[in-house]
Design a protein around this ligand. Structure first.
Ligand code: AOF
Ligand code: ZN
Length: 372
């Protein structure tokens, strides 16, 4: 990784090309899998664009390779000698699903490389060093914050060396997820549940404990057709077998089997998911699993839906955290508070219990406070 002190000046044409590279990287509708969004623009010494490219997802060519190919087709290979590559991410140095981009840029005769964000992936990093060693003029880390904002979850996962974990919880005002008889339907509104489906669609894995499978028989699928994209993997953690009749024992809408992580250790579960290219886990319950993740320090974000409902008894959102005194409390920073208004299907009232849920739900987005 390069830590550029007083980064050499980025030329105006390169600034412009970098903006274009970020736009290309953010192309809609990409199915990226475990990979980041990346854009690349190749410039002639006079600042003219020779070619551009962006990455479409795991298994497809990297942005730099696409840009080189497009430029070769448009202007011929000789025009690339002495050209500048402007990339949103440090070119990779590894042979993974495709060959190393740093080498490909060098072999093409690229004389200068400008990139926004150093590659936080320990497997792929080293491209800047390789290029410098080969005599290429490298200007790195020129917009690290923008690079991170383009791929926030991917960047965080690469830095952590494990999937990012978002804990989603829907509770009453008194922090309960069900009544004492186990019933839990319509605590929050349909609008809140739809919002939670958006969270599922944004994650690549939805994880629950085997206790939740036994109690709730969840399906863990994204049911809102408007959300599109691939279904997240459905994963269950725990030592118990999945009940044969449970929804998760059947193949998902995409035909995929549920992943059973036979461990109670969050670290081991996340390592297993990581090895299967999973980068963002949505933890959906229950209280025991949530407590295990909190105790392991492995929750990165919380999305809590709080309904204006009291139960006074019933299971809590999270199990025992081993905290006996207020000084030990887990403190969270509030990143966002949004009131989700009831939707028309909340107001369409098939029964009395449901009518009680036709109320606003407060959605809190929270991050654990980092130890200082
Ligand atoms: C991309 N697209 O345009 C660039 C990437 O599994 P691989 O071989 O596709 O390598 C993925 C890694 O390569 C990725 O995590 C990142 O570190 C690096 N650069 N990746 O997916 C690209 N330039
Ligand atoms: Zn690459």
């Amino acid at each position: 990784m390069t830590t550029a002190t007083a980064a050499p000046a980025v030329r105006p044409a390169e600034q412009h090309a970098l903006r274009r590279a970020f736009d290309l990287a953010a192309t809609d509708g990409l199915v990226l899998g475990p990979n980041p969004r990346v854009g690349c623009v190749l410039l002639a010494p006079d600042g003219a664009t020779l070619g551009e490219g962006f990455h479409r997802g795991a298994g497809t060519p990297h942005a730099e390779a696409v840009a080189l190919e497009n430029a070769r087709r448009a202007v011929g290979p000789d025009a690339l000698r002495g050209a500048t590559a402007v990339v949103t991410l440090e070119p990779c140095a590894h042979t993974g699903r495709t060959g190393p981009c740093a080498q490909a840029l060098r072999d093409a005769g690229i004389a200068r490389v400008v990139y926004a964000q150093a590659d936080p992936n320990p497997v792929a990093t080293g491209g800047a060093a390789l290029l410098r060693h080969a005599g290429v003029d490298v200007v790195g880390d020129v917009q690290p914050a923008r690079g991170r904002a383009l791929n926030p979850t991917w960047t965080a996962a690469m830095e952590l060396g494990r999937p990012v974990v978002t804990w989603k919880v829907a509770t009453t005002l008194d922090g309960r997820t069900a009544a004492s008889d186990g019933t839990s339907r319509w605590i929050t509104s349909a609008a809140a549940r739809r919002d939670a489906h958006r969270l599922r669609a944004a994650a690549d894995t939805v994880l629950v404990g085997s206790g939740t499978v036994a109690a709730d028989d969840p399906s863990l699928t994204v049911r809102d057709a408007d959300l599109g994209g691939p279904q997240p993997a459905r994963a269950v953690m725990g030592l118990r077998d999945l009940p044969q009749a449970s929804r998760l024992a059947a193949p998902g809408p995409d035909g995929a089997a549920t992943v059973h992580l036979r461990t109670r250790d969050p670290r081991a579960a996340l390592a297993d998911l990581w090895d299967h290219d999973r980068r963002h886990v949505l933890l959906e319950g229950g209280a025991t699993l949530a407590a295990a993740f909190w105790r392991a320090g492995m929750i990165d974000e919380v999305v809590a839906y709080v309904a204006p409902v009291l139960l006074g008894a019933g299971p809590a959102a999270v199990g025992d955290l081993g905290i006996t005194s207020i000084t030990g409390a887990v403190r969270l920073d509030v990143a966002d508070v949004t009131v989700l208004q009831p939707s028309p299907d909340d107001l369409d009232l098939p029964d009395g219990a449901r009518s009680g849920a036709a109320a606003p739900t407060v959605r809190l987005t929270l991050r654990p406070r980092k130890e200082s």
